[in-house]
Each structure stands twice: as structure tokens, then as C-alpha cells.
Design a protein around this ligand. Structure first.
Ligand code: MN
Length: 493
């Protein structure tokens, strides 16, 4: 196995490291090496290889020094003798908070239920619990590396982790627009969840792959020549292979007949500006006849997760069907890295190199990496859209006023802000509500009128001796369900 080192993280950075960044990453690396010393993974390699791999993924997607440092330290408080307080003392509260957030998210596990509402709540809760979006991004990188090394785990655990990845983490990556991470998570999970179909689809895709590649290269050459002739500056073109899982989903819709899949191979054309994209579309259609009804303009009408591009299906060289995607450099980065692209932009404004293309537009200096809601809004503004659909897609409004708490069995109870243990008790069952005598949050007794905090595990103590609810409860309960139950019980008396 290839042993990763500090230089591999630096090598993966999308922006050249400043001295401050080098310093914080190096110090985190040294602490991780020290803290995990002697620990091994199931694969037999040193445990520290895992946090280093996570840090490398974070560097690859363009995250900053603090996030990368937190990635290096993400398993330190939970699995080593070094505490969160130690991390805070050495690295400050911001990095410590990121590490703490990842540790907390690690405790949430997908238990039993595969009901859609349950999964949706779990996704929302993960997002809501991370007060900083960088926590989710670190968690996604952590999950990606765990999936890449899943073969060393017992079969039962493989299945549980793969399920959780497919149903919770891949959708979150998708919602954050992180297409590259989503694709990798889905393909890896699919391989464990449905090995037979994975193999089938993979073989289908690989058959004729060489021929398809040659065809795509020919189309690229023809198109580049044509665009050049018309004075369009092409930043980059590439031929894109479809991910195994997304191909599988398409095949399901088309009777598993691969000949009916039009975007099996696609050409991607990356251009400097939005105006170039529309001009290029015209040139492409002049060269190759477009298929009617297959032009999708996600530039003027982006997908809810922010994805922007123009897609068109044409009759390419030899009249064969070919999908062509046209987008700007910035859109391409965002399609791949989603919300993470925000950091790439905010950190290299002043660089004078090929990246200048990316930063033509002047952006106000981001004050700081603040709350993640603000970042989302900033990011949304940066890409020049102001649509409610985007916000709606991320359900910010939803979890702004909601909290999530667990029963001791791990069920999630979704409550309005400032709800109390009595609300929680009634949300489980009216019998539990009416007989409640006390409550424990994370194992400690708390008053029945104290507000529940996001992510707490709540245990309601009940007694048969309590015959009816307390009138005073009406003064502090927040949910209408609790109120009406209490009133009804009191009337009965
Ligand atoms: Mn980890």
C-alpha cells in the first residue's frame, strides 16, 4: 500500500500554499502522527493514513488550511489520548469546533428504518447539526475514504456503511452540488449493495469503451477546429464517461438496453464566459444536427442544487448520437466541487496565473468563514442567482426553526425550536407525555421546562403514580400536539 505523506497533501492543494497554511497543515499533521502512533486500521496500515487521506481529498476539492488541518485531526479526540481541549489549545477554537462537529456527526448512525421520511429527517438533521458547512464537507471526505477502504471490514458492516452512504451521504453531497464526491460515493456504495448489477453495468460500459473513446476524441477534434475557426477560445475539452450507478439508473428506465442510452459518451466543452457558451451552442448545432427536444439550458434555469451547463444531444460524426455539454470554467468547478468551489474562489483572488480566468469578476472580500447559511447565501449571490428554489432545495428555512433529538433507541424526533422534554414526550406517545415525571438529556437530569438542544438523546422518566399532566406544563410547551393532549387530559379529570 502506498504510504501518504505531508507532501502528498501539499501536492494536492488547488492553490499554492501560503506560509500560514503550510504551518497549520504541518502542525496538524505532526499532531495526528503523534496521537495515532501505534494504531492500525483493519487493513493493517497505520491508522494515521486515514486522516492523511481525508486531508488530501479536502485539498483536492479546494478547501482551505483550517479545514485540511481539521481533517487531519478529525479522529484525534475520539480515538486517541489527545483531547479536544488539547486541540483547541494548540489550534484555536475554530479548528477545534470543526473537529468537534465531525466527532458529533460520527455518532449518528442509520438505524433500521429505511422509510423515506426517516431518511429525509436524517439528512436534514446532519445538515442542521453541523453549524458550519465545513463540518459536512470533512464528513463527506471521511466517508469517501472509508468507502474506498471498505473491503477490509466484515460483510455486515460493509452493507450498513454502504446503505448509509447511498441513502444519506450521497444525497447530501448532491444537495451541496458536489458532483464528483457524490458520483464516487454512489459507485462505491452500489458495488457493495448490488455487486451483480454493478458488475453487469460495468462490463456493459467497458465493452466498446476503446471504440467509444476514439469516437469522442474525433468529435472533440472536429469541434475544437470549428470553434477556433469562429474565434471562440476553448479553455478545455474532455470526454466524459458516465458513472456506473447513474448508467444503471438509466438502464433501468430503458429495459437494460444500452443502445437506448444517448449520453453514454459525452463531450464537455469548457469556455471562459457565459456568452461564449451560447455562441458555441450555435456553432455545435451548425456542425452537427441537434436532436429535437434534447437541448437543456441549465445556465438560464439552473438545477435546484445550483448546477449550470448547457446540454444538447446531436448526430455527431458518422451520424452517431452524442451528448455535448457546454459550460464556463466556473460552472465546471461548481459542478464538480459544489459548495467547496466557494473556497477555491475566496482564497485565490489575487493569484496571477491561469486561474485568473476564474476570478475575472471582482468579488467583495468575504468577511470570514462565518455561519454556513451565510456562506450558502453568499455562494448563491456569487453565481448571480436569486431564486427561492435554491434555498428551498437546501431546506434552510426548514431547519432554521427546527431541532432534532433522539430517543434512547435512536429514533429521531423533529420539534420546533425551544421545545421541552414534555413536547418530546408527547411527540413519542400521549401516554408517555401524561405520565412524565422527569427527563435526562445525554444521561443527565434536566428540568421538564428546559429547552432541548439539537442532537441530544432524551430519555423520559415516567411513573404510573402520575395520574395526569401538570397544569403548569401549559405555560411552557411549544407544540400544539402537547397542548391539546394536556388540555384533554385535564378536562377528563
Ligand atoms: Mn474518520
Amino acid at each position: 500500500m502506498n504510504n501518504l505523506k505531508l507532501e502528498d497533501i501539499f501536492g494536492a492543494l488547488r492553490n499554492p500554499p501560503t506560509d500560514a497554511r503550510r504551518k497549520v497543515i504541518t502542525e496538524a499533521y505532526n499532531l495526528a502522527m503523534e496521537a495515532h502512533k501505534g494504531q492500525k486500521r483493519r487493513s493493517g496500515e497505520d491508522y494515521v493514513q486515514h486522516p492523511i487521506a481525508v486531508a488530501k481529498i479536502l485539498a483536492e476539492i479546494g478547501m482551505g488550511g483550517k479545514t485540511i488541518a481539521a481533517g487531519l485531526l478529525h479522529d484525534v479526540p475520539e480515538d486517541t489520548a489527545t483531547t479536544l481541549a488539547d486541540v483547541e489549545k494548540k489550534f484555536g477554537s475554530e479548528i477545534a469546533a470543526l473537529v468537534d462537529g465531525v466527532t458529533k456527526l460520527g455518532k449518528i448512525k442509520l438505524r433500521g428504518s429505511h422509510e423515506e421520511y426517516f431518511l429525509e429527517n436524517l439528512r436534514k438533521m446532519l445538515l442542521a447539526m453541523a453549524s458550519d458547512i465545513r463540518v459536512i464537507i470533512i464528513k463527506l471526505a471521511d466517508r469517501l475514504h472509508n468507502m474506498q477502504t471498505l473491503q477490509y471490514n466484515p460483510p455486515e458492516k460493509q452493507l450498513r456503511i454502504a446503505h448509509e452512504t447511498m441513502e444519506v451521504f450521497a444525497p447530501i453531497a448532491n444537495r451541496l452540488g458536489m458532483g464528483e464526491i457524490k458520483t464516487q460515493l454512489q459507485d462505491l456504495a452500489f458495488m457493495y449493495l448490488d455487486p451483480e448489477n454493478f458488475k453487469l453495468v460495468k462490463e456493459m460500459e467497458e465493452k466498446d469503451q476503446a471504440e467509444r473513446d476514439k469516437y469522442v476524441q474525433r468529435a472533440i477534434k472536429e469541434l475544437e477546429e470549428e470553434l477556433k475557426k469562429e474565434g471562440i477560445q476553448v479553455v478545455r475539452t474532455d470526454g466524459r464517461a458516465k458513472s456506473i450507478y447513474s448508467l444503471y439508473l438509466k438502464l433501468l428506465k430503458h429495459d437494460m438496453d444500452i443502445n437506448r442510452i444517448y449520453d453514454l459518451s459525452a463531450v464537455r466543452i469548457i469556455l471562459p464566459e457565459v456568452a461564449d457558451c451560447y455562441e458555441a451552442l450555435g456553432i455545435v448545432h451548425k456542425k452537427y444536427r441537434p436532436m429535437i427536444g434534447r437541448i437543456k439550458d441549465y445556465i438560464s434555469l439552473p438545477k435546484p442544487n445550483g448546477y449550470q451547463s448547457i446540454h444538447t444531444t446531436v448526430f455527431g460524426p458518422d451520424g452517431k448520437i452524442l451528448e455535448i455539454q457546454i459550460r464556463t470554467v466556473k460552472m465546471d468547478n461548481e459542478a464538480e466541487f459544489g459548495i467547496a468551489a466557494h473556497w477555491i474562489y475566496s482564497e485565490s483572488k489575487k493569484k496571477k496565473n491561469w486561474r485568473d480566468l476564474l476570478f475575472k469578476k471582482k468579488r467583495p472580500e468575504p468577511e470570514k468563514e462565518l455561519g454556513w447559511v451565510k456562506q450558502l447565501r453568499e455562494w448563491q449571490n456569487e453565481i448571480g442567482r436569486d431564486d427561492e428554489e435554491f434555498i428551498q432545495g437546501l431546506k434552510i428555512d426548514f431547519f432554521k426553526n427546527h431541532i432534532f433529538a433522539f430517543t434512547p433507541r435512536g429514533d429521531i424526533i423533529d420539534l420546533p425550536e425551544d421545545s421541552t422534554p414534555i413536547d418530546f414526550a408527547y411527540a413519542i406517545h400521549s401516554e408517555i407525555g401524561s405520565h412524565a415525571t422527569g427527563a435526562k438529556a445525554d444521561g443527565k437530569m434536566i428540568p421538564l421546562d428546559s429547552p432541548i438542544k439539537n442532537g441530544q438523546v432524551l430519555e423520559i422518566l415516567t411513573s404510573k403514580d402520575r395520574k395526569s399532566p401538570n397544569t403548569d406544563w401549559l405555560k411552557f410547551v411549544k407544540t400544539s400536539a402537547a397542548k391539546s393532549h394536556i388540555r384533554r387530559e385535564l378536562r377528563k379529570e
